[in-house]
Design a protein around this ligand. Structure first.
Ligand code: ADP
Ligand code: MG
Length: 593
């Protein structure tokens, strides 16, 4: 027999979607207080919130004439029409929380609206109004939720242990405290203070209050604003992320806020994790608290009653803004610390090595090729590069990396080196990519790309699309160092290639370069010379898995040391990872107290 449920039962079922456990009540109450403009929010719990959850705020308060309305389902002061849903700036908007909480508890609300003389006190039980009276009260709202789920035994049975609920609430309030450093939060459990922030607006201070001094000192500030695409407004990413040494076995310490709302988003969490690629071993996760700001119209928060899930109109843009911001902060931090004395290795002969290194570095290696021999492709360079070498007077550039002593190569992929303040792992491909990029870019800008004549001119047949790419980019190809002419229908004759690509099959070099004009057409607003430099240098850079001689490794390191931006390759991948002496000491448990 089909029956319509009584309103009470229906309300309890609906309440279940919003109110799952004490932490969900705390979340709704805290969000209401924030929406009401509170600058002070006190939360008290008893018995993990099962017995009592009380939230007291100094916000706007509720007009006495509207108090009962606040308990009606779908009654809200925050949006008026459906179009308001498209750009929500408040945390609440569904008008469900108070009704839901009241339906499954014994609730008392005392509130006084800013401009009213007297306040109101309302008592509810299982959603039924028990009493309403006028009462003296300070401005703001106090809501006490007692005996949660007293009338929903099924839920009551499934509540977790007191300590679990307490910790969940504590983590939750900690997160809000980070997102709202201008609000003073406090949390007590059975009378014991678990957490307190001052609300002075200093994010750093909130970070220390929440994470403790030790963890806070291992955090890196993130502050960036990105306009990911011309059709989007800026996406701001602020907050803190842990140094790579700060590792956690799960993703729980990655906290994300979108426009002040705590969200749980697997994809953005992954963006953060991915930014640590190569910085952290797999299976370990970073600590992060990021506040992401974007046009509210770009986010749909109305996905689930609990409002912790969001949908983005341009998910990829948000993903990349977050990933880039974190990556940038990490790379900036990887900038080696100025070696203070107590950071130096205890190694007695380091000084001597350092001096020797200085001498070696004095002799700069040739600009191109690093003396590496390329003999694949059955192609032998005939002439020397046509551009003049400036080996006699190497440009003096500022050192951006410390002097490093080469130890060796691992996995035919990474170089291991020692520096004044620890260990360095260098990705040989990324490092060479960076080195070549800077050289190629400079040459392109000076319009002096070294050219390599081919022994025999090559005649290539192109596909029609390739031919049209060739025709539109002829000048750019010339600038890049290709000597190539149209040779009849869909055929070109190639006489010379950029010296940089001398080791690559000439036809591949040309087709690869044509292909990149195609790929980049209409995308990222990078200058075309930079794009060309990125691609040419990537094509030419030594690959992972290539065994290098001692001399080649040394040359690679020296060249990297002299790069303008040695920390990352032009695509943003790190070229090196620094493991500080401190970090090693810590790992081995030999840190002095
Ligand atoms: P929502 O937050 O989605 O609007 P709620 O059920 O959480 O729905 O709250 C209903 C209404 O009660 C809110 O729109 C607001 O006007 C009022 N309200 C609730 N809590 C507070 C508070 N702490 N201070 C001031 N007003 C509040
Ligand atoms: Mg609400």
């Amino acid at each position: 027999m089909i029956q319509v449920l009584s309103p009470e039962v229906a309300a309890r079922i609906a309440a279940g979607e919003v109110v799952e456990r004490p932490a969900s009540v705390v979340k709704e109450l805290a969000e209401n207080a924030l929406d009401a403009g509170a600058t002070v929010i006190h939360i008290d719990l008893q018995d993990g919130g099962k017995r009592l959850i009380r939230s007291a705020d100094n916000g706007e308060g509720i007009l006495s004439a509207e108090v009962l309305l606040a308990f009606e389902r779908h009654a809200t002061s925050k949006i008026r029409s459906e179009t308001d849903l498209e750009s929500i700036r408040t945390l609440g908007f569904r008008g469900e929380a108070l009704a839901s909480i009241a339906a499954v508890s014994r609730l008392t609300l005392i509130t006084r609206q800013r401009e009213e003389r007297a306040g109101t006190r309302v008592q509810m039980e299982g959603g039924q109004l028990i009493r309403q009276e006028s009462a003296g009260a300070p401005q703001g709202t106090v809501i006490s939720v007692q005996d949660l789920f007293f009338n929903v035994p099924a839920r009551l049975k499934f509540l977790k242990a007191e300590a679990t609920e307490r910790n969940t609430v504590s983590a939750l309030i900690g997160r809000y405290a980070l997102a709202y450093p201008g609000v003073a939060f406090s949390l007590t459990h059975n009378g014991k203070e678990l957490l307190r922030t001052h609300g002075r607006g200093d994010l750093r201070e909130a970070v220390v209050a929440i994470y403790g001094k030790d963890t806070a000192s291992a955090l890196i500030e993130v502050a960036s604003e990105d306009i990911p695409r011309p059709d989007l407004t800026a996406i701001g990413v602020r907050g803190y992320v842990g140094q790579p040494s700060l590792q956690r076995p799960n993703r729980n310490q990655i906290t994300l806020f979108i426009n002040g709302r705590w969200v749980q988003d697997a994809s953005l969490t992954h963006a953060v994790v991915q930014a640590y690629h190569n910085f952290m071993p797999p299976g370990q996760y970073p600590v992060a608290a990021l506040l992401i700001e974007m046009d509210p119209a770009e986010v749909d928060v109305n996905v689930h009653p609990a409002k912790t899930q969001v949908r983005f109109r341009q998910a990829d843009a948000v993903f990349s803004a977050v990933q880039k911001a974190v990556r940038r902060a990490l790379l900036a931090e990887a900038e080696p610390p100025r070696a203070s004395d107590d950071l130096l290795w205890a190694s007695p002969d380091f000084q001597a090595r350092r001096e020797r290194l200085t001498q070696v570095t004095g002799q700069r290696m040739s600009q191109f090729g690093l003396g590496l021999e390329f003999s694949e492709a059955g192609y032998q360079p005939r002439a020397e590069m046509t551009a003049p070498e400036s080996a006699s007077a190497p440009p003096v550039r500022q050192r951006k990396l410390p002097l490093m002593r080469l130890i060796g190569q691992v996995g035919s992929t990474y170089l291991v080196a020692e520096g004044p303040s620890g260990l360095y792992l260098i990705d040989q491909h990324a490092a060479h990519h960076r080195i070549l990029f800077e050289q190629v870019y400079a040459r392109l800008q000076a319009a002096e790309m070294p050219v390599q004549e081919l022994l025999e001119a090559a005649v290539l047949e192109l596909m029609p699309e390739q031919m049209s790419l060739f025709e539109t980019n002829q000048d750019a190809l010339l600038e890049a160092g290709f000597r190539v002419e149209s040779f009849g229908r869909n055929t070109v004759q190639l006489r010379a290639v950029p010296a940089l690509l001398a080791s690559v099959d000439p036809m591949e070099a040309l087709l690869g370069t044509l292909g990149l004009y195609d790929e980049e057409a209409g995308s990222a607003p990078r200058p075309p010379q930079e794009i060309l430099a990125v691609r040419l240098s990537r094509q030419a850079a030594i690959k992972a898995g290539q065994t290098l001689s001692q001399a080649e490794m040394l040359a690679l390191m020296r060249e990297l040391e002299h790069c303008e931006q040695p920390q990352a390759d032009p695509l943003g991948n790190p070229t090196l990872i620094h493991i500080s002496a401190e970090q090693l000491a810590r790992e081995f448990g030999r840190q002095r107290p």
